[in-house]
Design a binder for this molecule. Structure first.
Ligand code: UT7
Length: 324
């Protein structure tokens, strides 16, 4: 079989209409706009409306990604959905999305890697395409984090928001080293760190949904170290110099994490796509949200070398390198 590559054919994203500002947050918990902006860079977050579900957000982002790719739902033969906030315990939100899009062919499933979910989903879809098991994959990161945050806990509730992003990967025959497409991915996890970032409920353990709990300052330290490690590892494996990467498209958890990683790897901050100010931490949705923003505003152009990365609960972390 000829070697295949997964080209990023289209990207789309969606944020719910309702905006919750830092000023509003400070009327809900003991916090301030100044504290949130200084410690995180976040100015506002979007919150799903009553009855608005993860699959609603995912559908809106997916339809935009399909339109951007110039493809039809009939072309899609794989949906990999990264989410920590599924519509239901089962069926997967990917199959809910599949039905809503009117797709009856191929396979659809969810991936649970929390904030690293999109990087995991992209890697999985890329492997399916490389093996010839899928040809056109919809890779989605969609979250309604507002449903699992504890709105009385100021150490977490100010950080998270809702949103969705989607990428259409198209299987193409590889012709050379500079082909557009996913070049490498690197996935890691270490379950010993569960207690630093987790949800204190679930169907089997508590028969409830639970709330997000985080020891923020410890997660922060791990994030900078592990993200930097995943970026140097993937660049080394792909034979790429970090300095040759055009755009860094990170998970959007905290502006200070983005800056810490950039400092550590001597990356100019102008090369780092940051959207955290506008939507806070949207978990698995944040990488495709940032990717879509920078494509829409013209910063990311065809042929550019992109490095995506994330760290999340588990811990899970990883990176993906792609030529757009
Ligand atoms: O997406 C998954 C990965 N998640 C992350 O990467 C998040 C990583 N962590 C972070 O982004 C940061 O650690 C936080 C933004 C969560 C916290 O910032 P920090 O600079 O690490 O602050 P801290 O947790 O050390 O807390 C400093 C102080 C504490 O008060 P005392 O004990 O010093 O009196 C907190 O109680 O800030 C207090 N604090 C707040 N004050 C006002 C914590 N949250 C708030 C708040 N408003 N919302």
């Amino acid at each position: 079989m000829t070697e295949r590559i997964s080209r990023i054919a289209g990207v789309g994203s969606y944020l719910p209409a309702r905006i919750l500002t830092n000023a509003e947050m400070s009327s809900m918990v003991d916090t301030s706009d100044e504290w949130i902006r200084e410690r995180t860079g976040i100015r506002q977050r979007h919150i799903a409306g009553e009855g608005e579900t993860t699959s609603d957000l995912a559908e809106a982002a997916s339809r935009k990604a399909l339109e951007h790719a110039g493809l039809d739902v009939a072309d899609i033969d794989l949906i990999v959905m990264a989410t920590t906030t599924p519509d239901f315990t089962f069926p997967s939100t990917a199959t809910v999305l599949q039905a809503r899009l009117g797709i009856t062919q191929g396979a659809a499933f969810d991936v649970q890697a929390v904030c690293t979910g999109f990087v995991y989903a992209m890697s999985i879809a890329d492997n399916f395409i490389a093996r010839g098991q899928a040809n056109k994959a919809l890779v989605v990161g969609a979250e309604t984090m507002s449903r699992i945050v504890d709105w009385t806990d100021r150490t977490t509730c100010v950080l998270f928001g809702d949103g969705a992003g989607a990428v259409v990967l198209s299987g193409e025959e590889k012709t050379g080293a500079d082909d557009a497409g996913v070049m490498a991915s690197y996935l890691r996890s270490d379950g010993r760190y569960k207690d630093l970032l987790h949800v204190d409920g679930g169907p089997s353990a508590t028969q409830s949904v639970g709330h997000l709990r985080m020891v923020g300052n410890q997660v922060f330290r791990h994030a900078v170290t592990n993200i930097a490690e995943s970026m140097t590892t993937i660049a080394g494996r792909a034979g790429v110099d970090i300095a040759d990467v055009d755009w860094f498209v990170p998970h959007q958890a905290n502006q200070r994490i983005l800056e810490g990683v950039a400092r550590k790897l001597s990356i100019p901050t102008e090369k780092v796509i940051s959207t955290v100010a506008d939507h806070g931490n949207t978990s698995a949705a944040s990488v495709p949200l940032a990717l879509d923003r920078a494509i829409q505003d013209g910063r990311i152009k065809r042929g550019d070398l992109l490095l995506m990365e994330a760290l999340g609960g588990g811990f899970t972390w990883g990176a993906a390198l792609a030529r757009y």
